[in-house]
Design a binder for this molecule. Structure first.
Ligand code: SF4
Length: 273
């Protein structure tokens, strides 16, 4: 889809973005806008919420109801918006550091509640905005500014964590797999309950440079070479899967949402009165 078709969703006066040329954040943002456009959703009935970080700047560039909030608190603010406006599509746009470290607690509890949010985790495996520090998704042995000899901490698997915590739609793609990313975001937006899409994206400025993967095109090529589909991964050993990015739709479940249970409670109480 040509970007011209999506101009109506952008605050064009806010451009250019602060993102480094070639940053994958632009690809993920375009995938999100394309998904909204193809679903025919009204931007006036949508709210996009972010915290702090490079990807969190996305809410400044899009012409929806937007909230650019505190570091790590995007999911908490989004929960409040959804409670106030259950008729809105509420989307969280944020990075791995913001959503899974500082905001990790909010993330798991949103999943537990199965509140109707779409959470798009821009996972570039590092803190970009603050200078390339280790994040909760930096793989072991990879280099960051706070791990110059290699990271010693095992990373979170966003997908497994979201499923374990109770999210009812969970998928992962990379910026190389753009059509898949659009498809998963469309399904997430159409899903009732907590929907998590992990978008593996390139921070070539820090992650790519520190780990000698290269510039933006080389990082995207890296994602292409190192991704395996969920179907293929099922027949691979743990050793074969080391350093691989497994992409696919991992979990789809129809379960009562937070609002379903809340409305049922209100109905029960009203009948007693
Ligand atoms: Fe993107 Fe990294 Fe630059 Fe931030 S520092 S804009 S994540 S490339």
């Amino acid at each position: 889809m040509k970007v011209e078709a999506l101009l109506d969703y952008l605050r064009n006066e806010r451009w250019p973005t602060i993102w480094c040329p070639g940053c994958g954040n632009g690809i993920v943002l375009k995938a999100f806008l394309q998904a909204v456009h193809e679903l025919g959703l009204s931007k006036d009935k949508m709210a996009a919420v972010s915290g702090i970080g490079c990807s969190s700047r996305a809410t400044g560039y899009i012409d929806f109801n937007t909230l650019h909030t505190l570091h790590g608190r995007a999911v908490a603010f989004a929960t409040g918006v959804k409670l106030a406006r259950p008729d809105f599509h509420v989307v969280v746009l944020g990075g791995d550091g913001d959503i899974l470290a500082i905001g990790g607690n909010h993330f798991i509890h949103a999943c537990r509640r199965n509140i109707d949010l779409t959470i798009i985790v821009f996972n570039n495996m590092i803190y970009g905005m603050t200078g390339g520090q280790v994040s909760p998704t930096t793989p072991v042995e990879k280099v960051a500014s706070t791990a110059p000899f290699g990271n010693t901490e095992p990373p979170f698997d966003t997908v497994k964590m979201a499923i374990a915590a109770g999210a009812t739609y969970v998928a992962r793609a990379t910026v190389y797999h753009y059509p898949l990313l659009v498809q998963y975001i469309k399904r997430a937006l159409s899903h009732r309950g907590t929907a998590v899409v992990e978008a593996v994206t390139n921070c070539h400025t820090y992650y790519g440079r520190y780990n000698k993967i290269g510039d933006a095109p080389q990082m995207i090529e890296y994602f292409k070479k190192n991704s395996v589909t969920l179907e293929r991964a099922k027949n691979m050993t743990a050793e074969e899967l080391k350093d691989k990015i497994v992409i696919g739709e991992f979990h789809v479940e129809d379960k009562p949402t937070f609002h379903d249970r809340y409305e049922k409670l209100v109905e029960t109480i009203s009948r007693k009165e």
